[in-house]
Design a binder for this molecule. Structure first.
Ligand SMILES: *[C@@H]1O[C@H](CO)[C@@H](O)[C@H](O)[C@H]1NC(C)=O
Length: 641
């Protein structure tokens, strides 16, 4: 008798939330989950966008990213809070795990990895048309202090990190699905691919997409390998890349799930998923390390800068990527791992760091993990402070490896460094410049505001005070309509960075992120204007920009004149995609992707290529649609409206 009664009481305590803004969350959530709107594949994987003709970070809308998965997990965490059904949060994690974290057979030779020699130095290229220089085994690299610790904690040499990009519908036909290596065009399910590979000037338009597992079935004589590295002897191999902001967002989403499920008396229904989030956070520490585990600070000249011991090679920031790979064969097998010495402020996530230190449900098992995340939390906050412009917006980031080759940086960057790392106003990629898009501000500062809301940390508050007053001065309303920054230009070096807004937009993705940032800040700092602006943005979007499928505005695809852009392929190199598309030195974006000509939206692009105006699309990107739902729901939860 007692037990059912207790369960009944728990059921009464758990609040089903109702209000204008939480209702909007549920309406938007239902649109995202309505099968006729096409957000998910038949396996339940969220696509990058509903629309297939889509070229930006990914080169096709029905690819997906670890970013989309992380938003899906967050969306389901809030659904749990508002309906008391957290099973969908578990499902989202399970889908992410099954389709983005390589199974053992897809990363088979990690046990061959030698942590005292993680990888061989390969200088990064300036542009995709340079031929790769041979790797340089004599350049000193450091040792990997995580491998043994993680193996001890989890009993496996395999990585638990998301690979960032998959071809969900197997459009390229590689059939490089979990457990397979190039099973070919008939294979169902997502296929792991990579695009970027050739230096900081390589935009999507210049990429040569390639599978993560290369057994030379497609591409040229050596698969795709000899396009990207120069060697005497090419060996069949596998390799993955993670995007640390996405893994951190999944941890952050799990933190909210933990808090909300606790409030609703449902913690036991998700505790095993939360433990997995702690594990993801444990492996995410690889992003704290220099690419070749060299010493952090004044690391100039590949030969002179020494490899690091222990944590000497950790900058403790969330860098741009983590890479890992190895030979396919056990015989003479090998494996490698790299971190990244370049950190963008836009990837930082102080709430994920806070969660991994303070939430026991997410506690990573690695012996030094909690210490490392504690260090990371304070280092991230210091980083925001170092990068904050006079106006309040945050400048790009810092690197331990100038030009990706440990070059000598320009002299104006050596006076004021960040723990010996050099300021970079556009870290990692330059086409387009990586800190031009305002969205990086909305994404990263939102996490800073969430951290402030949860912790009350005064250091975070003072960074936010300045940022919020900047953004409030830049948002303009015209009736229900609004504009906010689209693009930013940067001048100067820390501590004297200046920002100028060079373009404005009514984009719903960034407006949603901005509204949520302002909501968290307003709720903690009791700031009436920030709350009011958040509300007006949310109301304006809801009133003006709802579509059948979500909330979106038409946008001119001004970059879509590049389908015929030549793509650099070394003279004499020839290869093929599974569908027969030829890769040679006459390659263009469309020649490597002839399947795009069957897309229902292709005629719009073709008309533009024949001299017509730029095509206009009303896109439904998964992240933006989830961001909108989450912004409405957050406002509802914080202000009980
Ligand atoms: C809102 O403002 C933007 C930017 O000024 C404009 O392009 C758009 O047409 C406006 N939308 C409406 C519904 O008035």
């Amino acid at each position: 008798m007692l037990l059912p009664l207790a369960a009944l009481l728990m059921g009464c305590v758990a609040q089903i939330h109702a209000g204008v803004y939480s209702d909007r969350f549920l309406q938007q959530y239902n649109k995202i989950h309505d099968p006729k709107n096409g957000y998910f594949s038949k396996e339940g994987i969220p696509y990058h966008s509903v629309e297939t003709l889509m070229v930006e970070g990914p080169d096709h809308g029905h690819e997906t990213t670890s970013e989309a998965h992380s938003y899906y997990i967050w969306l389901e965490a809030m659904y749990g809070k508002l309906t008391n059904d957290f099973s969908k949060f578990n499902t989202a994690w399970q889908i992410m795990e099954e389709f983005t974290i390589p199974v053992h057979d897809s990363q088979p030779t990690n046990y061959k990895y030698n942590p005292s020699k993680p990888a061989t130095f390969n200088p990064e290229l300036d542009s995709p048309d340079q031929y790769p220089t041979p790797s340089q085994p004599e350049v000193p690299v450091g040792q990997d202090p995580l491998f043994q610790e993680l193996q001890n904690a989890y009993g496996t040499p395999d990585m638990y990190s998301m690979h960032w990009l998959t071809d969900v519908d197997n459009v390229y036909g590689f059939g490089n699905s979990p457990g397979n290596c190039l099973a070919g065009p008939g294979t169902p399910g997502p296929s792991y691919i990579n695009t970027y590979q050739r230096g900081s000037q390589e935009s999507t338009w210049k990429t040569i997409p390639q599978p993560t597992c290369d057994n030379f079935r497609y591409g040229g004589r050596n698969g795709f390998l000899d396009l990207f590295v120069r060697d005497n002897n090419y060996v069949q191999q596998w390799k993955y890349t993670s995007a640390p902001d996405a893994d951190a967002r999944a941890v952050q989403a799990a933190f909210w799930a933990s808090k909300w499920a606790t409030e609703n008396g449902q913690l036991n229904t998700i505790s095993s998923t939360l433990a997995k989030a702690g594990k993801l956070g444990d492996y995410l520490r690889y992003s704290f390390f220099d690419k070749y585990f060299k010493r952090i600070g004044n690391c100039v000249s590949p030969y002179n800068c020494p490899g690091g011991y222990g944590k000497e090679s950790a900058h403790y920031l969330l860098s741009w990527y983590v890479g890992w790979g190895g030979s396919l064969s056990d015989y003479n097998g090998w494996a490698w791992r790299i971190g990244d010495g370049a950190a963008h402020f836009g990837y930082q996530n102080p709430l994920a760091a806070y969660a991994l230190v303070n939430d026991y449900n997410l506690r990573p098992r690695g012996a030094t993990a909690v210490n490392d995340w504690q260090q990371s939390l304070s280092r991230q906050l210091e980083f925001y402070g170092w990068l904050q412009s006079q106006e309040g917006a945050f400048a790009g980031g810092a690197t331990n490896s100038w030009n990706g080759r440990y070059d000598n940086p320009p002299s104006e960057l050596t006076a004021n460094t960040f723990h010996g790392m050099f300021y970079d106003w556009e870290p990692v990629y330059h086409d387009p410049p990586s800190n031009r898009w305002y969205g990086m501000q909305a994404w990263s500062v939102d996490r800073l505001a969430q951290y402030y809301y949860v912790s009350g940390d005064y250091q975070a508050k003072s960074l936010l005070d300045k940022w919020v007053s900047w953004i409030l001065s830049e948002i303009k309303f015209n009736g229900d309509n609004y504009t906010l920054p689209a693009t930013l230009e940067w001048d100067g070096v820390p501590p004297n960075v200046r920002v100028r807004v060079s373009g404005y937009t009514n984009d719903v993705g960034t407006a949603s992120g901005t509204a949520r940032t302002l909501s968290f800040y307003a709720a903690k700092a009791n700031h009436a204007e920030a709350k009011n602006v958040a509300k007006k943005l949310l109301d304006g979007m809801w009133k003006l920009y709802q579509t059948d499928k979500g909330v979106s505005t038409p946008e001119e695809a001004s970059t879509y004149n590049q389908f015929n852009l030549p793509i650099a392929v070394p003279y004499g190199w020839t290869g093929r995609y599974p569908n027969g598309d030829v890769i040679d030195n006459s390659a263009t974006f469309i020649k490597l992707r002839s399947w795009y000509k069957n897309d229902p939206d292709w005629p719009k692009v073709e008309a533009h290529l024949n001299g017509g105006p730029a095509p206009v699309f009303t896109y439904h990107r998964f992240w933006a649609q989830a961001d909108h739902a989450l912004a409405q729901g957050t406002y509802g939860l914080l202000f009980n409206e």
